[in-house]
Design a protein around this ligand. Structure first.
Ligand code: ZN
Length: 495
């Protein structure tokens, strides 16, 4: 087993161990929640799980969905109605009547402290309400059709990968976008149509505590954070969420573009801004900094709190860790060139040359995802980089598409990698002597799942009569390796 692999397992093991302790301690206090369109309802009794069935209080759920709810105490019958639609259920009886037609429930309605609970899934099926149960945070989510995207009960799905062709997309395993199919002219292909987002989280408050910006919410959120320069700031985007009507500090984002509050007495944090961002109008929280500080996001789903921890960077860092990733390998040849040579060999050859150049610099600690013809999975590549807390990640590939396509591209995914991508491309693209197709933004596994500035270089096209013979020459590979080494040093300000 490779040394880094052992290290990786040790690190991951420690993570699991600590996460296990934390969640074990917190599970006891967890009260299941009922969330409608991102807003937490306040049911008189919480949802319960009986066997495999999630049961929710019927009155609060349906009345908030706009249904009329009646209870006949004598018959022990609850009737949920709206217009001509009627659902009748009887306590302790599995048969319900939907518009007078008998229909079976997996479990009969229960009475808990004067409240009738019915199976969540049954409510969803019979009333056409989109529902799901998040067992991790013990929450039942309901989406009225208005928020489920044009009454469509499907969750929006990522665009299906383009079919078949392993060739033509930057990386076959990455074909999850219509963009980036290179046409050789660097033309932008417009992004696919967006589906209105399902709201799963409702933001309640943003406030500052010592070295922490706290965001309180209801429901479930999956924040993305990144740093930007000029001016220095930390940006936290929260897709599939909205500001609640009672959000604190209050702001009317229909009349002003953003809310702001100042922070006094912090070395770096000056103010916190909150606004809507992008076509989906997702909440965006921006922390304006007077100097470069690091951050860590802690999303505590149990406390319904996102904590943005501000961390003073360790100054005068003397050694940087750089992960060099030769694409593909082993059973995965990558693209096959015009002369039937596998891309994996090209990638490794260039990476080993970069290693030989940078190995002489004591300020740089190199970590290779592979140094021979082995095949680390995509996930293990990004996990390795994250585990060693790399400062930079550079992946080398060669592309393949139609015979007419040629040239050099630099790819990045996350905003914080953009500066590195531009800097690297400025030295790397000229070194190839091939056509310059520019810097491109694309969601690729290794550049998306890493947490440091990460780029993927497509040196040229193995399918091109122009590029292919040059790509296999020592001259081109030496120049490219030298340029990559220079780009890394420039980015680390080690030149
Ligand atoms: Zn490749």
């Amino acid at each position: 087993m490779k040394k880094w692999l052992v290290l990786l397992f040790v690190v991951i093991g420690m993570l699991f161990l600590s996460a296990g302790i934390v969640s074990a301690a917190k599970t006891e206090a967890l009260i299941p929640k009922l969330i409608l369109d991102g807003k937490a309802l306040e049911p008189p009794v919480p949802p319960v799980v009986v066997g495999q069935t999630v049961m929710i209080p019927v009155r609060i759920a349906t009345s908030n969905l706009g249904y009329k709810v009646d209870y006949d105490n004598k018959k022990k019958q609850v009737t949920v109605s709206s217009g001509s639609k009627q659902l009748v259920m009887t306590l302790d009886q599995k048969t319900a009547y939907l518009d007078n037609k008998p229909t079976e429930m997996v479990r009969a309605p229960l009475l808990v402290s004067q409240n009738i609970l019915i199976p969540l899934r049954f409510l969803g099926d019979s009333l056409g309400v989109q529902v799901f149960w998040d067992n991790q945070i013990k929450s039942a989510f309901l989406f009225s059709s208005g928020n489920a995207g044009n009454g469509n009960t499907e969750q929006p799905k990522p665009t299906d990968p383009p079919d078949g062709g392993l060739i033509g997309i930057v990386d076959p395993e990455e074909g999850n976008s219509s963009e980036g199919v290179t046409d050789g002219g660097g033309t932008e292909i417009p992004p696919t149509t967006t589906v209105p987002p399902v709201i799963t989280g409702n933001l309640l408050e943003v406030r500052y505590e010592t070295d922490v910006v706290v965001l309180k919410y209801d429901g479930m959120i999956s924040p993305n954070a990144f740093k930007l320069d000029n001016p220095k700031r930390i940006v936290v985007d929260i897709p599939n969420a909205q500001y609640s009507d009672v959000f604190v500090p209050a702001v009317d984002l229909t009349t002003v573009s953003q809310g702001v509050f100042e922070v006094a007495g912090h070395e770096a944090l000056q103010k916190v801004r909150y606004s809507l961002f992008g076509s989906a109008k997702s909440p965006r929280i921006v922390l304006d900094l007077a100097q470069n500080w690091d951050y860590e996001l802690v999303n505590d789903a149990y406390a319904s709190e996102l904590r943005i921890l501000l961390k003073k960077p360790v100054t005068d860092k003397s050694v940087y860790t750089v992960v060099l990733d030769a694409g593909h390998g082993g059973s995965d040849p990558g693209a096959i060139s015009l002369t039937k040579r596998p891309e994996k060999d090209f990638n490794l050859s260039v990476i080993l040359k970069v290693r030989d150049i940078l190995a002489r610099d004591e300020r740089i600690k190199l970590v290779l995802t592979r140094s021979d013809d082995s095949f680390p999975t995509l996930d293990s590549r990004s996990e390795l980089a994250n585990a060693v807390q790399a400062d930079l990640f550079v992946s080398v590939h060669a592309n393949s598409y139609t015979a007419a396509t040629n040239g050099t591209e630099t790819y990045y995914t996350r905003e914080e990698s953009k500066e590195f991508a531009n800097l690297m491309h400025s030295v790397f693209a000229p070194s190839t002597g091939l056509k310059d197709n520019g810097v491109r933004n694309k969601s690729l596994s290794v550049t998306r799942k890493t947490t440091m500035p990460a780029i993927l270089l497509e040196v040229g096209y193995l399918s091109s009569k122009i590029d292919e013979p040059k790509l296999w020459t020592n001259e081109l590979q030496d120049r490219v390796a030298q340029a990559i080494a220079t780009g890394i040093k420039l980015q680390l300000k080690l030149s």
